[in-house]
Design a binder for this molecule. Structure first.
Ligand SMILES: Nc1ncnc2c1ncn2[C@@H]1O[C@H](COP(=O)(O)OP(=O)(O)OP(=O)(O)O)[C@@H](O)[C@H]1O
Length: 121
């Protein structure tokens, strides 16, 4: 019985996570832009015939950027909900959350440059 409800809870958790991913894709322009870039980069991967290790690096980079961008979006929404007015503490929280996205984006850009610059130039 307990095991059954554990499995049901896992399925529910997966359902909510899937719903959240769709919400991000449907409502957030930053995620939509990153999703389009991910599709283009994936197409580039097929076009240039990148190696398995390059596919792994590229897939991890895409997941890292989109995942952290999703968390950053959640931080922004939560911040606006708990403090709709201007507040330096909220400004700091939003800035460091955006900074986390930048770390991931820089790392992903480096991965992209390492994979594609030698193939293009
Ligand atoms: N409530 C706030 N108090 C202080 N600074 C804020 C606040 N909201 C946003 N900021 C500052 O603005 C930056 C961008 O925040 P955010 O991406 O939420 O956009 P916004 O300024 O709220 O406008 P919009 O939501 O229309 O894009 C933050 O990183 C922070 O520096």
């Amino acid at each position: 019985m307990a095991e059954e409800s554990l499995i049901r809870n896992r399925f529910k958790g997966f359902y909510y996570a899937f719903k959240g991913a769709l919400l991000l894709l449907r409502t957030e322009s930053s995620i939509q832009v990153q999703f389009c870039i991910s599709i283009l980069i994936t197409a580039a991967g097929f076009y240039f015939g990148i190696s398995p290790i390059e596919w792994i690096s590229q897939t991890l980079a895409i997941g890292l950027v989109m995942g952290i961008e999703g968390v950053n979006t959640a931080v922004e929404k939560l911040s606006d909900y708990i403090q709709p007015d201007r507040d330096p503490k909220i400004g700091f929280i939003k800035d460091i959350s955006a900074g986390a996205v930048m770390f991931a984006a820089i790392a992903a850009s480096i991965v992209g440059l390492i994979i594609y610059v030698p193939r293009i130039f």
